[in-house]
Design a protein around this ligand. Structure first.
Ligand code: XLF
Length: 332
């Protein structure tokens, strides 16, 4: 097996000291222009790749941030991660991604791996850990769920989103409404539900709710949705996210219910998926890029500073949702 090149080989080939090579690679301390040229040439000739783990041990943290999301199979989360990664890269950082499956145990073990790899900070979306972040020594930003008083939350204004969803169905003339809500452990979908029901109450419109046990998963149609009894014909359905709304629409169509003529359907997210369904899906947009931007800016404003572990509540950030009207609520 070919021996991998190390900084000793570079120093030898460039005829400079190991300390000079180390200062050059870690961007710490003075290195003369002549030495820089020699080192660059030696790196090129040997194909040397710096050992990022060794460098992060030296720096006490790596040029990596950890990102924990429930499941990148959900387009909202994969779009969010793409934006986060793009923005982190501009700042010279890469992303160490883990899926938690909305499971506190999986999240805890992923968190341990991130800490062992000395990530500089963590973005954790829809966390279900209740104590693990309380004493964490590196900066953390949370998406959607609150996890500790000193950790800021970035989310969409979900309650407002729920209200917008109701108003739209109401303006479309819907009178018998159903809200298919997310699990009660998701703060975001609880808020969506609250907003929706609040507006329905104001207008004295009857509204049923059905709670799903999990976010979207591959077999959700067979395992959960096909067992839902649409006992009465609802003329308007608000589903807690787009991907589940797509599955609900499929179920309604298979029952011979015409969308939007008999039942109007609105989702939440405005992930790319809504443009691909037939009919295309009306939805409430979460400004995904803005959320990613805010998560990154809050995280990097804390990286490199001493993390204060106070019990004081830090301010959360709520982005404004927006109604997107497509075929699923339009009269043809
Ligand atoms: O947690 C909520 C529920 O699903 C999240 O923002 C999402 O809307 C993503 O699809």
């Amino acid at each position: 097996m070919k021996k991998t090149t190390n900084i000793r080989d570079i120093a030898k080939s460039a005829q400079v000291s190991i300390a000079t090579v180390s200062r050059y690679i870690n961007k710490r301390g003075y290195v003369s222009d002549v030495a820089v040229e020699k080192i660059k040439k030696a790196i090129k000739q040997t194909g040397y790749v710096p050992n990022e783990l060794a460098r992060s041990l030296f720096r006490k943290n790596s040029k990596t941030i950890g990102v924990l999301v429930p499941n990148i199979a959900n387009p909202l989360f994969n779009q969010l991660v793409l934006h986060i990664e793009k923005k982190a890269r501009v700042l010279g950082y890469s992303v160490f991604l883990s899926n938690t499956d909305d499971n506190a145990e999986k999240e805890t073990s992923a968190l341990n791996v991130l800490m062992q790899n000395r990530v500089a900070g963590i973005i954790t979306v829809r966390s279900h850990c209740t104590t693990e972040y309380k004493h964490i020594a590196i900066p953390v930003v949370a998406g959607e769920n609150h996890i500790a008083p000193h950790i800021p939350v970035v989310a969409c204004n979900d309650e407002l989103g729920g209200r917008l969803a109701f108003k739209h169905l109401y303006e479309c003339g819907c009178k018998k409404l159903l809200h298919i809500k997310g699990p009660h452990t998701f703060e975001a979908t609880e808020a969506r539900c609250r907003g929706f029901l609040l507006e329905a109450k104001k207008k004295k419109i009857e509204c049923d709710t059905l709670e799903l046990s999990r976010d979207f998963y591959e077999t959700i149609l067979e395992d959960e949705i096909e067992r839902l009894h649409f006992t009465k014909r609802y003329d308007g359905i608000f589903v807690f996210n787009d991907i589940t709304a797509a599955a609900i629409m499929r179920r309604l169509i298979s029952l011979g219910i015409s969308i939007p003529r008999q039942t109007k359907v609105i989702g939440f997210d405005n992930s790319f998926l809504g443009k691909l369904t037939s009919p295309s899906l009306s939805t409430i947009e979460q400004p995904i890029e803005e959320l990613a931007e805010k998560m990154i800016s809050l995280l990097f404003s804390r990286i490199g500073k001493k993390t204060k572990l106070s019990s004081k509540h830090v301010e959360d950030y709520f982005a404004k949702p927006r109604l997107i009207v497509r075929e699923s609520t339009k009269e043809k």
